[in-house]
Design a protein around this ligand. Structure first.
Ligand SMILES: [Zn+2]
Length: 64
């Protein structure tokens, strides 16, 4: 028996590097590109094709 391991793949919209995702990735999940350290959001999932978009910048100065 052959085990088929499905790996979700996507392309980083920032640096075009391939980003490997777990096969149980879900829409709106935030991942980090290993190449450019950009925060990315899973926009859509179509079988083995995942679309990533750049995560909105998070304001770090919440406290006031
Ligand atoms: Zn990247």
């Amino acid at each position: 028996m052959l085990a088929i391991i499905v790996t979700m793949k996507a392309i980083c919209p920032i640096c075009d590097a391939p980003v490997t995702l777990s096969n149980d990735v879900e829409p709106s999940e935030v991942v980090t590109c290993k190449e450019c350290s950009s925060r990315l959001v899973v926009e859509s999932i179509d079988k083995q094709s995942v679309t990533l978009i750049q995560a909105p910048d998070i304001e770090e100065d919440w406290g006031e």
